[in-house]
Design a protein around this ligand. Structure first.
Ligand code: ARG
Length: 464
């Protein structure tokens, strides 16, 4: 047991209580942020005349040494400390003696941990943004290459109207673009420094909070000390945005699993991103897509957990808030891994364009276009809808597609059908005629792709 407190206690802490209370096993990943925050703190303390320049330099040296030694494997974080903050302080005192005891002047672990977590999450927001940008680039490349790759578009998982692969991917481009916008938005709102809030009521030392905030690239200090130590909104927002990312990845995964199925065979997942079966030699399973879909639950879990933890906490800091870490870290790791693997899987996936086109031709995806054709021949749309419904029924009966029906037969349903009908309902025409903004027609699609490129150019990876 190695804790920072104990003066007012007459008995040792019960070992189980100590273990239950300790957080070092998971907050040790905040070491870098803890050191970074402490460096800024001591620089400010010296600037304000609270520490001498010698004390400051000794502490800076000591802190940098701790970080370096841990990162180089020379020093291991001792799990008998209560938390990472205690470990750093004790190690600092070991290294530099009494000056190390001054590090915590004008600071509480409450504002310290609030800062560490904010620094950590801020970096993760930027990392996730960069991964999303990479994913968008991969999606856009596939879009550019597949403006004329026809496939069925579905509603209710029933073939609906023909689209293109570019168009289908374009939907995901929009989703992940919004995810990036959320990252940007979170970063703007969260980028204020809580250090200097003390335990809850500020401090009596003449701290320069603006200076510390500047050193750590924040836009300024947080404005209320009680809120500073008890705010985890930014983390809830991040987990919420991560949940939406997972929801998007999960939907995309579900589609890839369907496309990869023996029945569809629209895609072939690269061997490097597939797995086999221990018993069935013929199997090549889409495990990565399934795992991404499956891992969505634990990210939602982290969001629900923190929302629930926070809902009943009175101001200001309460130990419940230590529960903001484990599941959130897991969620951040999960999303990072999922984004990396999913992007790799997409980049290497092959498309069976022949199978997609055949599938688009079968299944009456041009039925709406046939009705629209009759409208051009002055048949009111509602009547045209009925006529085409009857044509489809007859085709199903015969086991043929609409374009396989003879003109003479079509005429039995409506005498307005002419020889030009076949061109009007060809896959190519059906797609090409869809020209409205956001539609799959090549003109509209090229505009979407241009907009996508302009977006990626104008929105580089987030930085401070
Ligand atoms: N491990 C604690 C946490 O993560 C650090 C803050 C401790 N503060 C306290 N008053 N006990 O929240």
């Amino acid at each position: 047991m190695a804790q920072l407190w104990g003066g007012r206690f007459t008995k040792e802490t019960d070992q189980m209580v100590y273990d239950f209370n300790a957080s070092i096993n998971f907050d040790k990943r905040l070491l870098r942020q803890d050191v970074q925050g402490s460096l800024a703190h001591v620089r400010m303390l010296a600037k304000q005349g609270i520490l001498t320049a010698e004390e400051r330099d000794a502490i800076i040296d000591g802190l940098q040494g701790i970080l370096r030694d841990v990162e180089e494997g020379e020093l291991t974080i001792d799990p008998s400390y209560e938390d990472v903050h205690s470990f750093v302080e004790a190690n600092l005192i070991d290294r530099i003696g009494d000056a190390g005891k001054k590090l915590h002047t004008g600071r509480s672990r409450n504002d310290q941990v609030a800062l560490d977590m904010r620094l950590y999450v801020r970096q993760k927001v930027m990392d996730v943004d960069a991964l999303l940008r990479g994913l968008l680039q991969t999606i856009l490349t596939t879009m550019e290459e597949n403006i004329e790759t026809y496939m069925p578009g579905f509603t209710h998982l029933q073939k609906a109207q023909p689209v293109t692969l570019a168009h289908h991917y374009g939907a995901y481009f929009e989703m992940f673009k919004r995810d990036r916008q959320r990252m940007k938005d979170i970063l703007v709102r969260m980028n204020y420094c809580p250090l200097g809030a003390g335990a809850l009521a500020g401090t009596t030392y003449p701290l320069d909070r603006d200076y510390v905030a500047g050193l750590l690239s924040f836009d300024g200090p947080t404005l209320n000390s009680m809120d500073s130590v008890s705010d985890r909104d930014y983390l809830i927002e991040f987990l919420s945005a991560l949940s939406v990312i997972m929801m998007h990845l999960s939907r995309f995964s579900e589609e890839i699993i369907i496309w990869n199925s023996n029945e569809y065979q629209f895609v072939e997942i690269d061997d490097a991103y597939s797995t086999g079966s221990s018993i069935m030699p013929q199997k090549k399973n889409p495990d990565i897509a399934e795992l991404v879909r499956g891992k969505t639950g634990r990210v939602y879990g982290a969001l629900m957990s923190l929302l629930t933890t926070m809902k009943g906490i009175p101001l200001a800091y309460n130990k419940d808030m230590q529960e903001d870490k484990e599941m959130a870290f897991d969620a951040m790791d999960t999303v990072t891994n999922c984004l990396m693997l999913f992007t790799g899987m997409l980049a290497t996936m092959k498309f069976r364009k022949d199978r997609m086109a055949v599938s688009a031709m079968k299944g009456f995806t041009n039925a709406t276009d046939l009705a629209d054709y009759l409208v051009t021949k002055q048949v009111p749309f509602r009547d045209a809808h009925g006529i085409v419904g009857r044509v489809v029924l007859a085709c199903i009966d015969k086991g043929i597609s609409i374009e396989e029906m003879e003109l003479s037969e079509l005429k039995q349903f409506c005498d307005r059908f002419e020889a030009d009908v076949y061109d009007a309902i060809s896959l190519k025409t059906c797609v090409e005629k869809r020209v409205t903004t956001g539609a799959p027609g090549p003109v509209a699609m090229k505009a979407q792709i241009e907009a996508g490129k302009a977006y990626l150019e104008s929105e580089p990876e987030l930085s401070l």
